[in-house]
Design a protein around this ligand. Sequence first.
Ligand SMILES: *[C@@H]1O[C@H](CO)[C@@H](O)[C@H](O)[C@H]1NC(C)=O
Ligand SMILES: *[C@@H]1O[C@H](CO)[C@@H](O)[C@H](O)[C@H]1NC(C)=O
Ligand SMILES: *[C@@H]1O[C@H](CO)[C@@H](O)[C@H](O)[C@H]1NC(C)=O
Ligand SMILES: *[C@@H]1O[C@H](CO)[C@@H](O)[C@H](O)[C@H]1NC(C)=O
Ligand SMILES: *[C@@H]1O[C@H](CO)[C@@H](O)[C@H](O)[C@H]1NC(C)=O
Ligand SMILES: *[C@@H]1O[C@H](CO)[C@@H](O)[C@H](O)[C@H]1NC(C)=O
Ligand SMILES: *[C@@H]1O[C@H](CO)[C@@H](O)[C@H](O)[C@H]1NC(C)=O
Ligand SMILES: [Cu+2]
Length: 333
Amino acid sequence: MAISYGLPAPCSLLMATLLLLIVQAQSVTRHYNFNVQMANVTRLCGTKSIVTVNGEYPGPALLAREGDRVVVRVTNRVAHNRGTLWWHAHISWLRATVYGAIIILPKHGVPYPFAAPHKEVPVVFGEWWKADTEAVVRQALRTGGAPNISDAFTINGLPGPLYNCSAKDTFKLKVEPGKTYMLRLVNAALNDELFFSVANHTLTVVEVDAVYVKPFTVKTLIISPGQTTNVLLTAKPFHPKANFYMSAAPYSTIRPGTFDNTTVAGILEYQKPGSPSVPSFDKDLPLSKPALPRFNDTGFVTNFTSKLRSLATPQYPAAVPRGPPTKRSSQRP
Ligand SMILES: *[C@@H]1O[C@H](CO)[C@@H](O)[C@H](O)[C@H]1NC(C)=O
Ligand SMILES: *[C@@H]1O[C@H](CO)[C@@H](O)[C@H](O)[C@H]1NC(C)=O
Ligand SMILES: *[C@@H]1O[C@H](CO)[C@@H](O)[C@H](O)[C@H]1NC(C)=O
Ligand SMILES: *[C@@H]1O[C@H](CO)[C@@H](O)[C@H](O)[C@H]1NC(C)=O
Ligand SMILES: *[C@@H]1O[C@H](CO)[C@@H](O)[C@H](O)[C@H]1NC(C)=O
Ligand SMILES: *[C@@H]1O[C@H](CO)[C@@H](O)[C@H](O)[C@H]1NC(C)=O
Ligand SMILES: *[C@@H]1O[C@H](CO)[C@@H](O)[C@H](O)[C@H]1NC(C)=O
Ligand SMILES: [Cu+2]
């Protein structure tokens, strides 16, 4: 840009360097240490142990000037840190695109409470608007109406073959016959609870929101926005000569037309038998599609959630209140 002022090149370079120095002199790096730790806090005449940062409640303020660099070193000192979680932006609707999985494996030498899967695969559901999402939320704020619904759901950012011009943007889960895969599902959609099913396969739910659950097997599961669910999927023992949709679609009790009622699909593909060193897959096999529940199937959702039980074995204890049994806890052993 300096060149456009007609300055000789070395001079413009010097100016650029000076400018950089000025910018660097003005912006600083601010370091913060966050120790995530328990603390006893007394409020309303009662004391309880809560999770805090640096023992402070609320936690410390992060102060920076626009242009600064902020380095936050987070040390987690509380128990039970493993599992599938996720991170996302919290300004306006940036979380429509600014999100990702956080995967915390158990400590070395600590096994899962189930046979170790052959592979682990993050499967992150999202929502896609063709419009600029900031424009969508601005319009909603201006008019006071509901924001426009999304145009598609995505699996790992990919809308897949059921949407216009998206076949090339399809998530593919490539499996070997007989092997077990752990899918770390994250629902990063902004608003929608989603049904999820893989055609001709079952899913064994083993963890929800980073807490082990008593395993149970379903053809379809439901996952709320913000929730995570780990499932085990065991591939068929032999190549099935078919490919399989893995689909997600919303659950909603509100009027059709007021939510995105589309279906996203990825494809489960089997490695061809007798594979050479480079595995090969056949994308032209017949495709099997799962039958998802009707969008408003509340009975299904109630059934599903009633199956969720903390694992609570001696090796993997759950922090269950140990007080005298209440009516509710005696009804639900
Ligand atoms: C909270 O209080 C309990 C009971 O007095 C004590 O055992 C525990 O160490 C305290 N925790 C912290 C973080 O100070
Ligand atoms: C929201 O949807 C309406 C109706 O389809 C459309 O006219 C409008 O441009 C959309 N708004 C944005 C921000 O995309
Ligand atoms: C998909 O493409 C077809 C053909 O171009 C068009 O008629 C239809 O409106 C498109 N659908 C969406 C949801 O954009
Ligand atoms: C998938 O399941 C459907 C319905 O149960 C069945 O008709 C079909 O044969 C199965 N396909 C494969 C490849 O297993
Ligand atoms: C989605 O809702 C619209 C509006 O109510 C309806 O026309 C369309 O058929 C629905 N699509 C699906 C896949 O349910
Ligand atoms: C689900 O929606 C359909 C069509 O809108 C309606 O006929 C049916 O009664 C609804 N079911 C429930 C359980 O609300
Ligand atoms: C709920 O589960 C029961 C028992 O497993 C089953 O008979 C029933 O059909 C299920 N209802 C729905 C709506 O899925
Ligand atoms: Cu959030």
